[in-house]
Design a protein around this ligand. Structure first.
Ligand SMILES: O=C(O)[C@@H](CO)OP(=O)(O)O
Length: 248
């Protein structure tokens, strides 16, 4: 039996301001830092140890990982960064306030933008200053690989090659992985692992900074999964994420 630990980054400045974030590289808030440290402490208290760490190229996930590794006294572990673990790209919504958009366009529309599997938010223009195509961290990608928007299906399509080519082989080789990523890149992995339908994934929300453990069989099929920590607090935190698209 293998174990895989997934952690969504701690609260970011734009989580706090309730803004669509996507590939915008915002940092953690002091609460987010504390959540990340707490995740590390929980893992340590439960006896978890790791051989390799995975994260995105965005600082809210990277710093979350650093705090987790620091608490585990494992700052020396190899860290694999991949843009494929980045948050889902939020297109022209990046930077806009979720509750204000719900007031303007309605909660139903915001739910479609946030959680529809196949409908992406409006795309960014390549000339938009928010477009990441000239960001040096993506210099090795073709322009088309740097999205102008994404629905979750698009995110699944770019996460899965990384799972298949890097993460899954590492797990099969017996390496214990800790992954610090984002709400929607984790939803993409969870959808694949648990074979969740396109409609049921709409209701899945990942709380900030709480380790999500997958126990996997020899074929990397999930035997079970669970969050570490208090179940009620986990449910409340996931419900809070779901309600970010409400009017107030
Ligand atoms: O804004 C975002 O990038 C994501 C994660 O914070 O939000 P949502 O939960 O609305 O997909």
């Amino acid at each position: 039996m293998y174990k895989l630990v997934l952690i969504r980054h701690g609260e970011s400045t734009w989580n706090l301001e309730n803004r669509f974030t996507g590939w915008t590289d915002v940092d953690l808030t002091p609460t987010g830092v504390e959540q990340a440290k707490q995740a590390g402490r929980l893992l340590k208290a439960e006896g978890y140890d790791f051989d390799v760490a995975y994260t995105s190229v965005l600082k809210r996930a990277t710093r979350t990982l650093w705090h987790v590794l620091d608490e585990l006294d494992r700052t020396w572990l190899p860290v694999v960064h991949s843009w494929r673990l980045n948050e889902r790209h939020y297109g022209g919504l990046q930077g806009l306030n979720k509750a204000e958009m719900a007031k303007e366009y309605g909660e139903e529309q915001v739910l479609v933008w946030r959680r529809s599997y196949t409908t992406p938010p409006p795309a960014l223009e390549p000339s938009d200053p928010r477009c990441e195509r000239s960001d040096p961290r993506y210099a090795k990608l073709s322009p088309e690989q740097v999205p102008l928007t994404e629905c979750l299906k698009d995110t699944v399509a770019r996460v899965m090659p990384f799972w298949n080519e890097s993460m899954a082989p590492a797990i099969r080789a017996g390496r214990r992985l800790v992954v610090a990523a984002h709400g929607n890149s984790i939803r993409a992995l969870v959808k694949y692992l648990d074979n969740i339908s396109d409609s049921d994934i709409v209701g899945v929300n990942i709380p900030n900074g709480i380790p999500l453990v997958y126990e996997l069989d020899d074929d990397l099929k999930p035997l079970r999964h669970y969050y570490l920590g208090d179940a009620e607090a986990v449910a409340a935190a996931a419900a809070a994420v779901a309600s970010q698209g409400k009017k107030a």
